[in-house]
Ligand binder design. Structure first.
Ligand code: M6R
Length: 609
């Protein structure tokens, strides 16, 4: 949450910083600001609202200066407003941007007030800049002042500090919120995500927990949590430069929905051979880790949690191991039982979700046999801290509503099902059938995308709706949950999902003509049961939208609109039925006129608790 960019260069950097913020805006978008040092003076511009507001202000009154920091905010402490926007400044000398939450900010605030500092915002961040300013009264330099400051902070931070009196230096510190250093020619950069810096460099080093670094035009010196100098590997980014562009699409979300065939194909590439999933898909030594697994504990949040929910059906049905799935924020705060030979699997698009990361750390202390992350972000905390990583190759996902990451997660989890299943009685034939299904997924998804126009038309029925119910059974229940999350997230329609067998235990009471009921109905062994549930809704005057296999024998009438879905096998069905639900939420959001890519109150990467 929140986006950070910083630069030390010989040229004016404000434009680079603002372009970086644009590329990070999906992380937070309630206000934005930039501060640069020019001729030994700090200048700052901040605006409430999106980065475009800041950009227009800078077009009117440009800021010159080769050292600067910038921030796009997702409010935690203090309402979205210009006075709470970052960078925060102390005594006109120090400017700070921060991502995370300083938990002991109240205590520090009181102490700093006692020292004569006057606070200009309601944020927790402002304590950092006054603390650095105070430390500089005795510290030798900015680096030492920041090192002394972070020792006093409790909570999470990725922060960048500049001092107008030391105009060619940034000091950055990371604990709990990611930061990456970008290396240029005679200029260096920092950001909370490499995506921000792709227009200016492709060489990156990820800071580790507790690192503090000083960055000048010519040098980057990194110190670990104990203050010892350390080297962090500099890698060339594989992320493409245009990853942050919408291209021909009206929204990132639509672009990402359409990228799914390619994203799945890239993710499968080189990972299946001879009808088998290669263990190396899960990283080095995966074969050794996976062979004795008898229980899988999956941890994730939001959309990633729904992928895990689907995988539970597969792992128990086909891989022959027991499986629990839990929301990370619950798992981390309760005592759970550790089963013998347990694998902990985290699922995360960003690899930085605070609760998922905390759950991983807890699980490692509990003594899980091994940890695996299914993740879309190389170099992220979850990847670095897990024993194994299945790297999704979905490419950057910018739309806040997760789409391609979800289907790629499903593909990865299906591969994991075979990799574990083969040690627990899954036959070669079964594995071959699953891998064949995986390989035909991109083409099937392409076919499902052909429903776009029909779904756009259907979406018009939702223009005046305020509630919706999603139904599914078996591994389609999590798909219904994901459909409901997508709809509520971007169209603000209140949507709930139920396993349809639960209808008569309460939700049937909600059914009336104003409650659209969306049903996912592949042709599987639960179809007849699902049909009975559909009749229960029909009998109570509900209006249904049934996404059904063409052989499932549903027919449109006054009470039901049937949308035929291309026939697909049971392994890929959850993934294929996801596509029309994504399209439905997208088109409903268009009709409702909401901000599709940056829905209100949300941010892409939830790096705070
Ligand atoms: O990066 P992660 O996959 O760990 O993020 C988890 C959730 O915050 C995320 O899936 C969220 O629910 C989506 N934006 C919903 O579309």
């Amino acid at each position: 949450m929140c986006g950070i960019v910083g630069a030390v260069a010989q040229r004016d950097v404000a434009e680079i910083l603002v372009e970086g913020l644009r590329r990070l805006e999906y992380r937070g978008y309630d206000s934005a600001g930039v501060a640069v040092i020019h001729n030994g003076m700090l200048s700052r511009t901040r605006r409430l609202g999106k980065v475009q507001e800041l950009s227009s202000a800078l077009d009117e009154t440009p800021l010159a200066g080769g050292t600067g920091i910038a921030h796009t905010r997702w409010a935690t402490h203090g309402e979205p407003s210009e006075r709470n926007a970052h960078p925060h400044v102390s005594e006109g000398d120090i400017a700070v941007v921060h991502n995370g939450i300083i938990e002991n900010h109240s205590k520090l605030r009181e102490k700093l007030k006692g020292l004569g500092y006057v606070f200009a915002s309601d944020t927790d961040t402002e304590v950092i800049c006054h603390l650095v300013h105070h430390q500089l009264k005795t510290a030798d330099n900015l680096l030492a002042a920041v090192q002394a400051t972070v020792k006093q902070l409790e909570g999470a931070y990725g922060t960048v500090v500049i001092d107008r009196r030391d105009s060619e230096r940034m000091v950055v510190a990371r604990s709990g919120s990611p930061l990456v250093i970008g290396f240029g020619l005679g200029e260096n950069f920092v950001a909370s995500d490499q995506l921000a810096l792709l227009p200016v460099t492709r060489s990156f080093a990820f800071l580790e927990e507790g690192d503090v670094a000083e960055v000048t035009r010519r040098e980057v010196n990194i110190f670990d949590v104990n203050g010892n100098p350390v080297k962090r590997e500099v890698k060339e980014s594989e992320v493409t430069h245009d990853a942050g562009d919408k291209g021909e699409y009206r929204h990132y979300m639509l672009k990402e929905i359409y990228e799914q065939p390619t994203a799945i194909a890239h993710t499968l590439e080189g990972r299946i051979a001879g009808g088998k999933v290669l263990d190396s898909a899960f990283g080095e030594n995966a074969a050794e880790f996976l062979k004795d697994i008898k229980h899988v504990q999956i941890i994730a949040c939001g959309t990633s949690y729904h992928a895990g929910m689907a995988a539970r059906y597969w792992l128990e049905d086909w891989a022959g191991v027991s499986c629990n799935v839990e929301i990370a924020s619950e798992f981390r705060y309760r005592k759970s039982h550790l089963f013998p030979n347990s694998l902990l699997v985290t699922i995360s698009q960003s690899g930085e979700t605070a609760d998922t990361l905390a759950a991983l750390r807890l699980a490692k202390d509990m003594g899980y046999k091994a940890t695996l992350t299914i993740c879309n972000s190389a170099g992220s905390s979850l990847v670095r801290e897990s024993d194994m990583a299945y790297m999704m190759k979905a490419g950057a996902e910018i739309g806040v509503a997760s789409t391609k990451a979800f289907t790629v997660q499903l593909a990865g989890l299906l591969m994991l099902t075979t990799a574990i299943g083969r040690h627990n009685g899954m036959s070669d034939e079964m594995e071959a059938a699953i891998t064949q299904s995986l390989q035909s997924m991109p083409a099937k998804v392409e076919q499902a995308l052909g429903l776009d126009d029909a779904i756009a038309e259907l979406a018009e029925d939702f223009a005046d709706k305020h509630h919706a119910l999603f139904l599914g059974r078996g591994d389609q229940y999590p798909i219904a949950m994901e459909g409901a999350l997508k709809l509520k997230e971007i169209s603000y329609i209140h949507a709930e999902a139920y396993a349809s067998g639960e209808l008569k235990h309460g939700p049937l009471a909600l059914i009336d003509a104003d409650m659209p009921v969306i049903v996912v109905a592949p042709n599987n062994e639960l179809l007849e049961k699902l049909k009975s549930n559909v009749e229960e809704v029909r009998a109570r005057g509900g209006l249904m939208y049934v996404f059904a296999d063409k052989d499932a024998e549903f027919e449109s009438d006054d009470t039901m609109k049937v949308i035929p879905i291309p026939h697909c096998d049971e392994f890929m069905a959850p993934l294929i039925y996801t596509i029309p639900l994504q399209l439905l939420s997208y088109h409903v959001a268009l009709i409702k006129g909401t901000d599709v890519d940056q829905p209100r109150n949300l941010a892409k990467s939830v790096t705070v608790e």
